[in-house]
Design a protein around this ligand. Structure first.
Ligand code: FE
Length: 195
């Protein structure tokens, strides 16, 4: 019989998450079993190719690592230079944010009846930590690099092809909504079969 090389860590995660999503799980299962899979992926920081770790001087970077052909999920490497920060934004699909390197701060924003927001308790995320977003409960937040002197990297997994989804940014005071599509910083994706 032909011998095969062992799967790399990212390919293992893609396979396991695909198998989980094949069962049409509810969000509670995704945020328990799926979260565990992401925790396993980020438990070691030795698998992310260098091309997907590069910060940009001005903007945080979103590198697509893998997108499910049926748009059931996508995996993105977010790279934050010192002091970089997102606007207040939503996702419209479930999301898991796994800290790989450095430290990020995630702050939930809860929409209020008057159109503004109530700012929730911020999460300071050390490597290995997984935070979540969900359109059912807590979809709007701000994420920023919590370190002023080094790059932070997190691996995000979403319940859709996040770079192609039309979603929104919000004015933090008035709550005014503006639609956007984030896209991705890279034109090439990693070869998962060549770890
Ligand atoms: Fe986000």
């Amino acid at each position: 019989m032909e011998k095969m090389m062992a799967d790399g860590k990212l390919l293992t995660f893609v396979k396991e998450l695909s198998r989980l999503l094949d069962q049409n799980p509810g969000e509670d299962i995704i945020f328990t079993k799926g979260k565990k899979l992401l925790e396993n992926l980020i438990a070691e920081d030795d698998w992310l190719p260098m091309e997907f770790t590069k910060p940009h001087l001005q903007y945080y970077q979103q590198y697509l690592l893998y997108a499910d052909p049926l748009d059931r999920f996508s995996i993105v490497s977010f790279v934050w230079g010192p002091g970089q920060k997102t606007p207040v934004h939503n996702h419209t699909v479930w999301g898991m944010v796994g800290q790989l390197r450095g430290e990020e701060k995630g702050t939930p924003y809860y929409p209020q009846a008057d159109g503004g927001f109530k700012v929730g308790q911020a999460c300071i995320c050390p490597p290995g930590h997984v935070d979540t977003v969900s359109p059912n409960t807590h979809d709007i937040h701000v994420v920023e690099n919590n370190l002023s002197d080094q790059t932070s990297i997190s691996i995000h997994v979403y319940g859709g092809n996040i770079g192609r989804i039309q979603r929104s940014v919000f004015d933090p005071i008035s709550g005014a909504e503006k639609s956007f599509v984030s896209g991705y910083a890279n034109t090439l994706v990693p070869n998962l079969w060549n770890p």
